[in-house]
Design a binder for this molecule. Structure first.
Ligand code: TYM
Length: 331
């Protein structure tokens, strides 16, 4: 079976609807046909200088959301990145193959470092995509399900895999991005031309673990436009189109049918329907997360088992790479 690998950063108390529709849902589907490995990338989260206690809690609650969404630990490997030391080790080797200019061109780095200024920008933020490449290449990954915002990072992973192979003989699999067009970019409800993000406008965010009333209220307050026609047109009607995308992705009703259903109706009707679909979809997920968090021992056991399984693969890849680049094997 081809291998799938993906990961999220534990940088918030809850994942949001963009994480779920853009990535997590694809992970669950892909475990049917692929050998699946999913990680909570806590080392990546250190780039935003989190509070230590918050980081620990968020790593567990992130893993709990993977499970609650349907990642099955019997079939998929689920682990915390820092439990498998090989990620940081391979990242060093890859960093030595990454051009300074190449890393400087990463748009997420440019955006974040511009916000933080030179002094507030860490080397960790700069080398973040190299660590991401290590995550992927360690497992000879074929497919990486992510949202649109990770496309450039995936390109870098591919370039590094190809470079490693060209310089040191066939060593690692060159990964492909798996980006599902319809849900590759979920937009902020309050500012529907910006992607939904944890660092965006809180009123534009739908968190998976949010209170139902908050979720419904944010959807009712979603920014639309001054027309009155429910039509999918992302360029001219980004707010309405985003609501249609969300509804369709969760209800399974094609967008064209939704357009017909809401013909001649006010935006308020669409919003009520979207809120209903979202709240209904998230309820079981939230309940399952609460159960998992009530018994952290079970969760920790799943993560320990996942790390042990991941380590077997990671160790083998790292040994191969270390040998190929000329490091002396330990006697
Ligand atoms: P992160 O933690 O920011 O986001 C997790 C996943 O959610 C997707 N996503 C979205 N999809 C659609 N619409 C949105 N508004 C939206 N916002 C976020 C992201 O594309 C991502 O798939 N660098 C990665 C984490 C990472 C990783 C990896 C991913 C580290 N190592 C290896 C894949 C493979 C990140 O910051 O994702």
């Amino acid at each position: 079976r081809p291998r799938v690998f993906s990961a999220m950063q534990p940088t918030a108390d809850s994942l949001h609807l963009g994480n779920y529709l853009g990535a997590l849902r694809q992970w669950v589907a892909l475990q049917e046909t692929h050998d699946a490995i999913y990680s909570v990338v806590d080392l990546h989260a250190l780039t935003v200088a989190p509070d230590p206690q918050a980081l620990r809690t968020r790593s567990r609650v992130t893993a709990a959301q993977y499970l609650a969404a349907g990642v099955d630990p019997e079939r998929s490997v689920l682990f915390v990145q820092s439990h498998v030391a090989e990620h940081a080790e391979l990242a060093w080797v890859l960093g030595c193959l990454t051009g300074f200019g190449e890393a400087s061109r990463m748009t997420q780095f440019k955006d974040k470092s511009a916000k933080q200024g030179a002094e507030g920008t860490t080397v960790g933020l700069f080398t973040y995509p190299v660590l991401m490449a290590a995550d992927i290449l360690l497992y000879d990954t074929d497919v990486v399900p992510v949202g649109e915002d990770q496309r450039q990072h995936l390109e870098l992973s591919r370039d590094l895999a190809q470079r490693l192979n060209a310089r040191f003989g066939p060593l690692v699999t060159v990964p492909e991005a798996h980006i599902v067009k319809a849900t590759a970019k979920i937009y902020d409800l309050a500012e529907p031309t910006a992607k939904m993000s944890k660092s965006g406008n809180p009123s534009g965010l739908i968190e998976l673990l949010d209170d139902e009333k908050v979720v419904a209220k944010r959807i009712r307050s979603a920014v639309t436009d001054t027309e009155t026609v429910v039509r999918f047109d992302p360029v001219h009607k980004p707010g309405v189109s985003n609501l249609l995308t969300i509804h369709s992705a969760l209800s399974g009703v094609p967008v064209a049918e939704l357009e017909a259903e809401f013909e001649g109706k006010m935006y308020g009707h669409l919003k009520v329907a979207v809120a209903d679909v979202v709240v209904t979809a998230l309820r079981p997920l939230r309940e399952r997360v609460a159960e998992l968090m009530a018994d952290p021992a079970e969760l920790d056991e799943i993560l320990a088992d996942g790390a042990a399984r991941a380590r077997v693969i990671a160790r083998e890849t790292l040994a191969r790479v270390y040998d190929a680049v000329g490091l002396v094997p330990p006697a």
